[in-house]
Design a protein. Structure first.
Length: 437
């Protein structure tokens, strides 16, 4: 035997061997990259095990999280109900990416999440609660590649497939159930409830794609391939755009782009991250790409755009500041102080038509009283709810015991038709006291 061949075999032996197949993600480094939940489902299928088995036996033990370990031992759907977070950028998505990477010895699975958008957009209204898909795309995946779910399908704003001019569907065409992002029995392209193929859809599902759909899809796809390492703060990008469009007037920019003024101030000051839907709306109104909005301020070689670049928007003359009638406004506030059922100061400001800051500035005492009354009212409602739920739980326990059924948490929740009720600590304590009484 050739000595070199022998030593090469020894060298292979010394190298790390992955516990799971080193499965290559589909579409990586492209706008059609598959999602992490899709990859996990394919990984389970490749090993001829269920997603639940893969999670319980290999992935959960690698993650130091008590509720995941309890889920693997005792069941429960808490993890799967929130599985959409795996495709985002929270702790779950990072932990699961790293865990699956360690099992497959891959180094690119974080690219199947939205980790690159962590400092750019908020998680609010970012991801869909349930799966949506283009049936024609699934049919093509089945023939040409492997069945998978692209990450773009998980964005709330992504509603239309431009390739097939088809509206994404979100219910199984056979049993009409909404399909969760991930379940213990997930199999890409199949409904976990009726196990049927979801690529086929009868009838006409065509959607007339307008310029707004094209703008949204194009910008979301840009985000997935954008190098965001140079973006230090989204607030800086927005500030520069405000300067160009409305000469630094944030209130005017907010009005022109139909964003609440206070919200825009929070974004530009860096106090909050903008939500993606509103960023996409700004891009559409200004006729610019998300890449231009985010990266242009950091590209020193790019010439400044003049205001003429945004023909669809015109700035009117500055309106004069509204005069406040102190007496009338105080009289309005006093009416709200006399309401039998108190409402929040936020609701009061909406109904009166003045910002909370204006009200606090001129009527601090009245505002404090409104806030205090509403807070006490809310506390009273919480106490009443707790008393009523405690009564119902005791009643359910006594009823189950009388039928010789052990009143476990799940049995009590099923009896009351209130799933997750006993996760509330105060109600859980009532259940414990009654069960062990």
């Amino acid at each position: 035997m050739d000595n070199n061949f022998y030593f090469n075999l020894l060298e292979v032996d010394r190298k790390a061997v992955s516990e799971l197949y080193c499965l290559i993600p589909i579409g990586n480094q492209t706008s059609q990259v598959e999602s992490l939940t899709s990859y996990i489902s394919r990984l389970a299928e490749e090993h001829s095990v269920s997603v639940g088995m893969l999670m319980n036996k290999l992935i959960f033990p690698l993650i130091d999280n008590e509720y995941l370990l309890k889920s693997s031992q005792y069941g429960g759907n808490r993890f799967y109900d929130g599985a959409r977070s795996l495709n985002g950028y929270c702790k779950n998505s990072i932990a699961f990416s790293k865990s699956v990477q360690s099992l497959t010895l891959r180094r690119d699975l974080m690219d199947l999440t939205l980790i690159r958008l962590k400092h750019i957009v908020s998680l609010r209204h970012l991801l869909k609660q349930n799966l949506s898909w283009c049936p024609q795309c699934l049919n093509e995946f089945k023939i040409n590649t492997k069945v998978h779910y692209p990450l773009v399908w998980h964005f709330q704003a992504f509603q239309v497939c431009l390739f097939h001019e088809t509206e994404l569907i979100n219910e199984c065409p056979h049993c009409n159930n909404g399909i969760p992002i991930l379940t213990r029995k997930s199999l890409n392209g199949h409904c976990p409830f009726c196990n049927k193929w979801i690529g086929y859809v009868g009838g006409d599902n065509k959607k007339e794609c307008n310029t707004r759909h094209k703008s949204i899809n194009s910008n979301i796809e840009q985000l997935l391939t954008l190098d965001t390492r140079n973006i230090q703060k989204i607030s800086y990008s927005l500030e520069r755009m405000v300067q160009r469009v409305s000469q630094g007037n944030i209130a005017e920019f907010a009005r022109l782009t139909n964003i609440p003024k206070v919200t825009m101030w929070d974004w530009v000051r860096g106090e909050k991250l903008p939500d993606l839907n509103r960023l996409l709306s700004i891009c559409f109104k200004l006729n610019i790409s998300i890449k231009e909005l985010l990266l242009e301020p950091y590209n020193s070689g790019v010439a400044e755009k003049s205001y003429d670049s945004y023909p669809s928007i015109s700035i009117p003359q500055k309106s004069s500041r509204r005069v406040i009638n102190i007496q009338l406004l105080r009289a309005e506030l006093i009416k709200y102080l006399k309401l039998e059922v108190p409402i929040s100061l936020t609701q009061v400001s909406k109904e009166i038509g003045y910002d909370r800051k204006v009200l606090y500035k001129h009527f601090p005492n009245e505002c404090e009283t409104i806030v205090e009354r509403f807070s006490k009212y809310q506390e009273h409602r919480v106490n009443l709810r707790r008393i009523e739920l405690s009564r119902q739980v005791r009643q359910a326990i006594h009823k189950l015991k009388s039928e010789d059924i052990y009143p476990s948490r799940r049995k009590v929740e099923e009896f009351l038709d209130k799933p997750g009720l006993l996760r509330e600590q105060s109600i859980k304590l009532i259940w414990k006291a009654e069960v062990h009484n």
